[in-house]
Write a protein that binds this ligand. Sequence first.
Ligand code: GLP
Length: 241
Amino acid sequence: MKMITAKDYSNMSEKAAAYLLDKIKQAPDLTLGLATGGTPIETYKCLVQDHKKNNTTYQHITTFNLDEYIGVKAEDPNSYYHYMKEHLFDHVDIPKQQINIPNGMASDLEQECKEYEQKIADRGGIDLQLLGLGSNGHIGFNEPGTAFDSTTHVIELTQATREANARFFDKMEEVPKQAITMGIANIMKSREILLIVSGEKKSKALDRLLNGEIDPSFPASILKKHPNVTIIADEAVLKHT
Ligand code: GLP
């Protein structure tokens, strides 16, 4: 895994956006895997600023988001669909039909997972997957204990993950208990991975990723086996690793 250090959250975001833009310019028909959560918000802001300034086009980009809450409507401000529109999709020229996010409102969730898998396969897999790191080592919503060979599936969110994400909701009771997530096998099959990590609260997780064993109890640990992972981490998170 290659490590790029950044001064702080803003600098990490600028470096992550520059990294993505470089790839987009090299391959304008890139298939991008995208993440949500707090960490990528400013990375997306930088992409939007660049689009306004330099008119970098997303006309031929296809995106697959990692995950979506189950039971949260697309138009709900807490859905990841809404998040992506708010932070990126509404501000760049990506055609709607090239955006893929699991449908957490599907009546048949198993079928939804199968169809999502098929869409990724039809596109020939993911070229570059952007990832954040959960404090408990989750990637996407692949919680501790998820099999390394898992594909897109329904997951029960741990209490720790629900608590970590409660800041986005009015009340703890509103935080969904389940999500659809791409599996670890999908993430590992992507040709390249960019992991962004910021802030002291992620130090333990990053330390375990860098120095711990590869074990399903810490899903991100499998990334060590991927041949092309770049981590961009800021000084605050690196200080305690
Ligand atoms: C969230 C998302 C992940 C994200 C991770 C870290 O719950 N499902 O895709 O990478 O947990 O989130 P954050 O960036 O808010 O710390």
